[in-house]
Write a protein that binds this ligand. Sequence first.
Ligand code: ADE
Length: 250
Amino acid sequence: MRIDVVSIFPGYFDALELSLLGKAKDKGLIDLRVHDLRDHAHDKHRKVDDTPAGGGAGMVMKPEPWGEALDGILASAADEAPGADPDPLIIFPSPAGDVFNQRMARELAHESHLVFGCGRYEGIDHRVFDEYSARGRVRLVSIGDYVLNGGEVASIAMIEAIGRLVPGVVGNPLSLVEESHEEDGLLEYPSYTKPASWRDREVPPVLLGGNHAHIEKWRHEQRIERTRQVRPDLLPRELRGESRGRHAAD
Ligand code: ADE
């Protein structure tokens, strides 16, 4: 999978050199290319923002540097796959976008080329969104109902969640199956390791008994209980144990 990122703070993405994603890059599973938006601002001060049309607080990112940066990425995608239709998906992280979740991560892990455009300040001139929506696929995506200073941290979160689902990135694919939000949408069961006793806190005896059927049953119950306590909104209807009519989600 090819991933391009455009940002005025390319250093943020050094974090993706670490751990599993770094290894995936080294193995050629993920081809991450980070671009400095200021390389596409040609005035003396490499200015990428200006005052909002119509007035108001803050600054808005100018369209020209974005146009040049994104045109360059799209042109290189076409050059590298002559004859093929590379059809990259451009994602602009934004609190005004569709909310990112595990299902979206799974969908996006099938893409061959993602481009993340990280806005700052009050956002990017909306004509950039209109221009690339007219020419291809563009999505605004939020990582949750809170406001960050820019799209960098949101992009890193999405790239990690998507990248680990790319085949070969996580060594044991079975470890992806039993996670929170996977399979049946329940949260993960609690995990323990050695020693069996730590500060008078014991590993639950069922996990030390060697009976796999009992362990499976216990883990499943833990997942349901944890989901009921922390995220009852995720519980499948048949496990909610309350009358249907009382749930807005129904
Ligand atoms: N940029 C600022 N806040 C954001 C959020 N919650 N999600 C994605 N991008 C953002």
